[in-house]
Write a protein that binds this ligand. Structure first.
Ligand code: FES
Length: 572
């Protein structure tokens, strides 16, 4: 290692500043030789008891530290804002960009030569990767792992996916409150994040596909001892990445993003993948367009039989061989000129580790579970910049549908009227929800898969076409057209839809059309009043004024790109 490391701009100083930088660290019991120029590895910990999916991360951090020390590095663990999907109101997505700023400035402002990101619950992955990408140091991700399979009365139940089912069963009287509370315990019975192919599992697969983790990391359950082994090995590896100057920008190339899009389609990943990958691309300077997700991913077959698109859970995925098996099945379709954290490409990483142990969980490319699985981008006068739909989670017969709009002007309006027996709606209608986009909610909440009216559920109907500028939980399912852009709160045509308008969805034709003339739309636009922002202060004010559209990843406009890792001034 010839190059002086950036941490020496703190610890290597021979003056007053050097005393300050070293001396206070020594109150933690650090011997003097820890400051001798060895790689300082930041362990960015998203632990919080309010983020249950990440509540086991102190132990994971200890395993990483062990690996860093073994390889001759100096580990330093630091916390950043932790975003838990289940508790944080109004939605964790509102704070993804804030957490990314926290990660970015914490990494840049401290004597860190390489960083390990401990990620789990949905937003903790994109936020930390976005922050790290805007600094540009060697970076490795350790996904915290999914929970063990939920087990309820002899059947496997999946996080999130079964919440929607239980909610429907409670509404229709098939489940009692007592049974439901018992099922809650059965669903979340170990440490870890959602064990369906929800957004957290999708994000774990995304970082592995991007090349940011050691091979096979994504699917290991949190409670499996091999998760700690993976963490320890990652701790060792980051030290060598610093020595090799294997920075994150060398890994996150256009080709790596294209690989991730294909892998996401093959695993039936969440539609949230689109928004997060686009935001990461914006930080690293890769020009990724909404259409790319369709053109690159939509023809890739579904190879993984996991809820919500299929039947199994992440634990089964791990036992069947995990993501290396998927990468192997896709080998003729993935770019090979990519480098991962190991310094090698995927094909070199997975050699000797590609056996599938359960073909009912992971299918072959030749005999997939579905022939075309990736998210599709639809456009038209209702979504001039595009909207997305995940066909693998939808009802095939609804992918081409024309129906009468039943409009909810806000999420409160929806909650108030959805179960009103007098609501003029039937299963052929199209449910439209406004003002739930990035600016409108604010934060683009996961409300796009709005539950069906009780009177329709009671008929045994499980799905209808639903359209909104919001998102859908990766654990959810249904024919939901999401991320409509431009959103209603900034005057997108979605704001102009009225009850009774006819709406046409044609996924094959990539079409989302509001059957209202341009003249009529202009008349409605003239009468439209922009809603008042929910606040004029604080982070939410900043967010509302700077958030970009869903089609651009909903990052803040001034966060695009990188500021590098240089800090020229000292603190005293
Ligand atoms: Fe944290 Fe699903 S709630 S991963």
């Amino acid at each position: 290692m010839s190059k002086k490391l950036r941490s020496q701009d703190w610890f290597g100083k021979k003056d007053k500043d050097g005393i300050i930088y070293r001396s206070w660290m020594k109150n933690q019991g650090m011997p003097t030789d820890m400051f001798d120029g060895r790689p300082v590895i930041g362990i960015c910990n998203t632990f919080s008891e309010l983020t249950p999916c990440n509540a086991h991360f102190r132990e994971i951090a200890e395993s990483v530290k062990r690996g860093v020390l073994e390889a001759g590095g100096f580990p330093v663990e630091f916390p950043i804002m932790s975003l838990g999907e289940t508790l944080l109101k109004p939605t964790a997505m509102l704070f993804r960009n804030l957490a990314s700023m926290d990660a970015e400035e914490s990494i840049r402002g401290n004597p860190i030569d390489g960083v390990v990101l401990l990620t789990g619950c949905d937003k903790t992955t994109p936020s930390t990767v976005m922050g790290a990408a805007s600094v540009g140091l060697p970076t490795i991700v350790v996904p915290g792992g999914p929970m063990l399979n939920g087990k309820y009365k002899g059947q496997d139940i999946g996080s999130g996916t079964h919440v929607w089912k239980f909610d429907e069963d409670m509404k229709t009287g098939k489940m009692t409150q007592e049974d439901c509370e018992f099922a809650e315990s059965c669903m979340s019975r170990s440490i870890g994040h959602c064990m369906t192919m929800g957004t957290a599992s999708t994000m774990a697969c995304m970082v592995e596909a991007l090349g940011l983790t050691l091979s096979g990391a994504a699917a290991i359950p949190a409670a499996d001892s091999r998760k700690k082994v993976m963490a320890q090995l990652s701790g060792r590896r980051i030290v060598y990445m610093v020595k090799e100057n294997l920075t994150i920008d060398k890994i996150l190339t256009r080709e790596a993003f294209e690989n991730a899009i294909k892998v996401n389609a093959a695993v039936g990943g969440s539609s949230n993948f689109i928004i997060h990958l686009t935001a990461i691309a914006g930080r690293i300077g890769v020009d990724l367009k909404l259409e790319d997700f369709d053109t690159i991913g939509s023809k890739i077959p579904l190879l993984l039989n996991l809820m919500p698109s299929g039947k199994y859970l992440m634990e089964d995925f791990y036992y069947a061989g995990g993501l290396p098996v998927i990468l192997n099945e896709l080998k003729n379709h993935l770019h090979k000129n990519v480098v991962t954290v190991t310094g090698k490409n995927h094909h070199e990483n997975i050699t000797g580790n590609t056996s599938c142990y359960n073909e009912d969980v992971i299918a072959t490319y030749e005999k997939p579970f579905q022939t075309e699985a990736g998210c599709v981008v639809v456009k038209g006068n209702l979504a001039l910049n595009g909207a997305v739909i995940k066909p693998s989670a939808a009802t095939p017969s609804l992918l081409k549908h024309k129906g009468r709009a039943v409009v909810f002007e806000s999420i409160e309006d929806y909650h108030k009227r959805i179960d009103d027996p007098n609501l003029d709606i039937d299963e052929t209608c199209v449910m439209v929800l406004k003002y739930v986009g990035p600016v409108g909610y604010p934060g683009m909440a996961e409300v796009g898969n709005m539950a069906l009216p009780k009177k329709i559920l009671e008929k045994g109907i499980k799905d209808m076409v639903r359209i909104s500028d919001g998102r859908m939980s990766g654990t959810a399912y249904g024919t939901a057209v999401l991320h409509v852009s431009p959103e209603s709160a900034i005057g997108g045509n979605l704001a102009l839809v009225q009850n009774g308008d006819m709406i046409e969805l044609d996924v094959v034709q990539r079409k989302l059309h509001l059957d209202v003339s341009d003249e009529e739309l202009e008349k409605r636009r003239a009468a439209w009043e922009k809603p008042e922002p929910v606040t004029h202060r604080g982070y939410v004010h900043l967010y509302i004024n700077h958030v970009m559209g869903a089609d651009k990843g909903a990052d803040l406009d001034f966060l695009q790109g990188s500021s590098g890792n240089t800090v020229t001034r000292d603190s005293h």
